[in-house]
Design a protein around this ligand. Sequence first.
Ligand code: 8YV
Length: 328
Amino acid sequence: MTKRIIAYCRLKPFHLDQLRQRFHVDYFETLQSTDDPGFREALGQAHGLVGSSLVISPALLDHAPHLKAIATVSVGYDNYPVEALTRRGILLCNTPDVLTETTADTGFLLIMATARRAIELADLVKRGDWTTSIGEAHFGTDVHGKTLGMIGFGRIGAGVARRGALGFGMRVLYACSSPKPELERELGAVRCELDELLAQADFVCVTVPLTPATTHLIGKREFGLMKPSAIFVNIARGKVVDESALIAALEMGEIHAAGLDVFEQEPLSPESPLPHMTNVVALPHVGSATHETRDAMAQRAVDNITLALEGERPLSLVNEAAWGSLTP
Ligand code: 8YV
């Protein structure tokens, strides 16, 4: 029997063709909600899901009696109910590694753009307001030689730190649940408590995954510990930060600037003051958004779902405990 999958994100014909060679594919190029009647109908028969950006609730799984595997086109899997999936023996696969360097590039882009006020100054030129040589009021702040504080020191965090330490001669501090001796040797990184990192870092960069433990990890107290000259960068998930505390910290000058790729609500509400602040660089969640990397992520997801539904171990499996319970 041909297995059925639902693909619910934009995929190129090349990736869709690979899926169609093996599976019956119900394709939803854009899907606003899992309440979509067509999606619900397809879900009742689906063995696999490939997609991103939609929250899959535990209750939704009751409508997916044949579901065996999900391949998310993302490294983050906070949109998925991992425990409920594991209990049901449904494999959850993600796309680590292939997006590490691109996402680390985005982190460094935000560090540079905020420190050197690149967007604000480019806008000034675009408006025709470059009428005299630029003076102190428009100067930025150096990145090289400063202290970079990494909150989270996994693959992407290490990528940002590598750029800082090796490219810009930065001192690297990191706060992470486990020590990383190899990175300490490679980059001279020093592990410290979060509060100490916040007090010392010139650039605070968040790369932790979103979990119950990291939700609002950075709030009023933490912004209060940062230097008034600190630049805060978030390339992880918006909900790791208490956004109203961030807005207050920026407004009160508790911190100097922020570079943000992620927000508590995405797309960002038109009411949010953040993109209107001159000391904020706000990007529309594009950490991994290059042609090369998004293609590689899609390919990884295609490979993951194909392997999983053919009874083979996927390349990147989130819930190891579910492995073995799949009946091909
Ligand atoms: C995703 C991301 O592409 O991989 C992640 O976790 O945040 C992005 O790279 C984004 O979630 C859209 O799917």
